[in-house]
Design a protein around this ligand. Sequence first.
Ligand code: KMH
Ligand code: ZN
Length: 305
Amino acid sequence: MAKPKQKVVITCAVTGAIHTPSMSPHLPVTADEIAEAAIGAAKAGAAVLHLHARDPETGKPSQDPALFKPFLERIKNETDAIINITTGGSPHMTVEERMRPATTFKPELASLNMGSMNFGLFPMLDRFQDFKHDWEREHLENSRSLIFRNTYQDIESILTLGNANGTRFEFECYDISHLYNLAHFVDRGLVKSPPFIQSVFGILGGIGPHPEDLMHMKRTADRLFGNDYEWSILGAGRNQMPLATIGAAMGSNVRVGLEDSLWIGPGQLAESNRSQVERIRTIVEALNLEVATPDEARAKLGLKG
Ligand code: KMH
Ligand code: ZN
């Protein structure tokens, strides 16, 4: 009898807080743009939508729940995709600020960043120089001296909030040490199994984007969590599709979206989130794997539904 095909959960991270509006005319900014981009991604096969909000005038990242509400309502009305709200916000924000939308909306899934780190956005100044808003240049320049703060106390506060609200987590692991931090919280009983590990490659300050880096993350996760975890791959920038492809071939889930990469090919801006979801879907199916529906993803990730 044929073995059932592995189901791959595609997450689409629709706008994020790394890129700025002057970098791409396709980056969703307003609530309507975020809703339309997210709905398009869900229709193309994204079971999980990872969501941030932006100020509609300036495009600056914001954790104001009032900015999330209109697009969350539209997405819930028009799709059955899993809503994943950021608690990372932007490295420029306080942890209290970052927690506001997940506290307000109690989603099925929220991100949780597993360690404090440098977060170097300034190399993007080599490629992008013309900015419409002052905040955009400052956002990149200031990353030379800021720390993306995720102390043990911060992580514990977000975990406690999630556990009280039935929210589970996409654990953002940017380096090997973050896997050990996650194992610590599993051992303390604060994280229910299986944890959904989003391995992040290619952020300056975290692990690099070499396939050997991916192998080292996987070997370490296998050693710490055995078979009892769900693995996903996020490659930043041009690493997005190659690393997602390697990961999917090795049994991982995948994350794409304009939060992580503005590109669809060398020097070619992606015109939509949907186009990246379609691209990875084609790759996943070419690997003879199946894309998970939202309900299949809920079952895999143990979500409240
Ligand atoms: N920006 C990504 C590298 C979060 O929102 O909590 C990871 C992320 C963090 O999505
Ligand atoms: Zn994010």
